[in-house]
Design a protein around this ligand. Sequence first.
Ligand code: CP
Length: 326
Amino acid sequence: MSGDQAPTLPFPAGWTREHLLDLESLTAEEITILLDTAQLFKDATDGCRKKLTLLSGKTCANLFFENSTRTRNSFSLAAKRLGADTVEFASSGSSVAKGETFVDTAKTIEAMGVDWVVNRHATPGTPHLLARELKCSVINAGDGPHEHPTQGLLDILTIRQRRPDLSKLTVALVGDIAHSRTARSNLWGLRKLGARVIVCGPSTLVSPRWEELGFEVAHHLDDILHRCDVLNLLRVQFERQVTRPFPSIHEYAALYAMTRKRMECSKSDILIMAPGPINRGVEIAPDVADGPQSVILEQVTNGIAVRMATLWLLAGAMARKQGEAI
Ligand code: CP
């Protein structure tokens, strides 16, 4: 399954979904199928570098109403690596400025003949709305603070490559849990696969409700550091905050930034992750971000593999629904 040939790849019997909207509603089996398929694509394409022709003739539309570097470009590359075409829509410079609605915009792009709409929007639930309104597959690329399922999957894939038995791991999500769609997708995905998950941050950014849902809540990184196998350091999302949840960035960094000193108090093989974009000196010190325990750039590469798997699995489910060969 490499080079330019179209390989025959058995379609997983357990996959039936035509949309990927969240990880909360997926089963452990479905998450495992996505991860296994992503690993297969990564291995077969020399680390997501080679091109296949599995999805030639199909088109992926990126419908982004919020900024993105990683998600948008890796969906484009994933589609191209599988032989599909791409349409790039950004709300700035579009006819949204002339009053066209979100749904009319999406239907207009779909009418150009697309097979997947990849949607990012500041409002939670917008991809779910599109899944009802459109005929093609819809993928949530981040809906406000709700979920970012492919980010959760690429984070879990990166952990699984280094530590295959997730049931033995303690993973801490540190920082702005309140505004983080990445946190939510990680929480659901990791728990379904058996990991212990801690949410850690200031009480203004970590709801006690997480404890009611069975997750461990911590407010002091130094109290939990020695128990963690993985730290996923979340960006403080100032753009989503109505009031400032802590007195200053300096005070936040003093309590929650992963620094060289904190690395010395951690397990020697701790994995340092960040979904990005990272703010050096706020949630992570530059020497930790660039250090030997950091897998931040591996996460980016794995993003292409996860998105290849997502496009292929959704296309297969859609083909099956329409009575076509997968
Ligand atoms: N992690 C993430 O979603 O990054 P982008 O905003 O750059 O897509």
